[in-house]
Ligand binder design. Structure first.
Ligand code: HEM
Length: 452
């Protein structure tokens, strides 16, 4: 999907029609205009496909602007980390657990006459799933401890996400089929496996916070309760947190690790920067602080380049043209989009804009994020790159609420893993080679791991 949309935008213009009443855009100005705080554009019916709980909506699927704004204002404190005092410590603990797992299960030792393979896709997914459950409601699912998908959640999500993409595009089907079919297909908290089992886990964690012996913990769930979310709303939101917050970050982490590990000069430069900072006492051990990671320019350049080359969310996030229609500038030519048209984003194409990022957009090259000189012209060029990249997290009133959590995970986990382990790729599965992106769970991303 991401590649086809990019071909379409390259061939027919930065905003092009892909279906009746559906345009696709790789124009950063238009994306910002539609998402801006006071924009008359609204969410299109595409978003209704993001309902994950049979009886409760969530912040990502409301198409009613007032309801969305209200929920967003009540939930932003919990997501920002301001009302979640354990956030950084929780992430540190789980990084140590992931490192421990790799050391115990996957290190290839020279005295043994065999190579062990580690599926980086699985390990990074287990890591981000445990993080989201820990920071959201105080208890990790236990994927890392089991080194497994013990209740078939990832396997179930892998089947379920393509359906989300289908029902988003053919949203009319959602209305026709929702009652008899979708409701039956949606998970139930009574299920023993898959998404339903996660829903049951979420249901139990929510119930623990109410009643006479309610558990008190300063985390996201507590912040949402403080800001008036009902138990049913909490369950819907928890389901979203788990799906929105895990594979997106895992995808960014494993793809960036892959690109760095397969580019020796990049890896060496990154490690040299980190080791120098450690020697100068500027990096805490055993886990780097978020504030310290932000001071390492090459690490930041690698993270940005990973998000650019492989934007984790390529779901089409279609917004709706308001009453009265909208004039749209398509590469300098004014066009008219009638009211009711949906305009979807093409994140892959946005991050491959040669005018913004340079002619070598297909290459993973962190150096593009380091200013060559301190002229005003370079500063302007860098600002445009940074502003465009920030769109991987969405923008304005629809921007990602989990950005702080995701960035903290990336800032810490990437460098702490690479400082300890040498990752040598040994097998990539077919879909991975095809550069699948967004709404897709990777697997079979095998690496041989040795101690550095
Ligand atoms: C690298 C990782 C991530 C990326 C690239 C990413 C990207 C995005 C994007 C593009 C959107 C939708 C914007 C739109 O609708 O126009 C979004 C929404 C959202 N994300 Fe993320 N996300 C990431 C990680 C996370 C994490 C870790 C969490 C949870 C802790 C999270 C929670 C959310 C929520 C709740 C929304 C809905 C916001 C709203 O409806 O107002 N995301 N994200």
């Amino acid at each position: 999907m991401n590649k086809i949309f990019t071909e379409i935008n390259n061939k027919y213009g930065s905003t092009a029609r892909v279906a009746p009443k559906m345009l696709i855009t790789s124009d950063p100005e238009l994306v910002r205009r539609m998402n801006a705080v006071r924009s008359p554009f609204t969410r299109g019916p595409w978003y209704t496909s993001l309902k994950l709980h049979p009886d409760s909506e969530n912040i990502a699927c409301y198409t009613d602007e007032d309801k969305h704004n209200d929920m967003r204002s009540r939930m932003s404190f919990g997501y920002s980390g301001k009302e979640n005092v354990h956030l950084e410590k929780d992430i540190d603990d789980l990084i140590l657990e992931m490192i421990n797992l790799i050391q115990k299960e996957y290190i290839t030792k020279s005295e043994e006459d065999l190579f062990r393979c580690m599926d980086l896709a699985k390990v990074t997914s287990y890591f981000t799933l445990d993080i989201i459950s820990k920071v959201a409601f105080g208890e990790p699912f236990g994927f890392l401890a089991a080194n497994d998908d013990p209740f078939g959640y990832a396997a179930n999500l892998k089947q379920y996400l393509p359906a989300v993409s289908w029902f988003g595009v053919y949203h009319e089907l959602t209305n026709i089929l929702r009652i008899p079919f979708i409701k039956a297909a949606l998970p139930s908290s009574m299920d023993k496996r898959g998404l339903g089992r996660v829903m049951g886990f979420a249901h139990d964690r929510v119930q623990e916070r109410f009643g006479e012996q309610a558990i008190l913990r300063q985390d996201m769930l507590n912040s949402f309760i403080k800001n008036g979310l009902t138990p049913l709303e909490l369950e819907g939101e928890t389901m979203l947190q788990i799906t929105a917050g895990s594979d997106s970050t895992a995808s960014a982490l494993r793809m960036t690790m892959h690109f760095i590990s397969t580019s020796p000069p990049i890896l060496q430069r990154l490690l040299a920067e980190a080791n120098e900072a450690i020697a100068a006492g500027k990096v805490s051990r055993p886990i780097i602080k978020n504030s310290e990671a932000l001071q390492l320019p090459y690490l930041q350049a690698c993270i940005k380049e990973g998000l650019r080359v492989y934007p984790p969310i390529t779901g089409i996030l279609a917004k709706m043209v308001p009453k009265g229609g909208a004039k749209i500038d398509v590469d300098g030519v004014e066009k008219y989009a009638p009211s009711g048209t949906q305009i979807a984003w093409n994140s892959w194409g946005l991050m491959r804009n040669k005018e913004i990022f340079g002619p070598d957009v297909e290459i993973f090259r962190p150096e593009r994020w380091l200013a060559r000189d301190d002229t005003e012209e370079t500063a302007k060029y860098m600002l445009r790159m940074n502003e465009t990249l920030s769109l991987v997290f969405g923008y304005g009133r629809f921007g990602c609420l989990g950005k702080v959590v995701a960035n903290m995970e990336l800032n810490k986990a990437l460098i702490e893993t690479l400082l300890r382990f040498n990752l040598q790729p040994c097998r990539l599965s077919e879909p991975f080679k095809e550069f699948c992106s967004g709404f897709y769970i990777h697997d079979d991303m095998d690496f041989v791991v040795t101690e550095r």
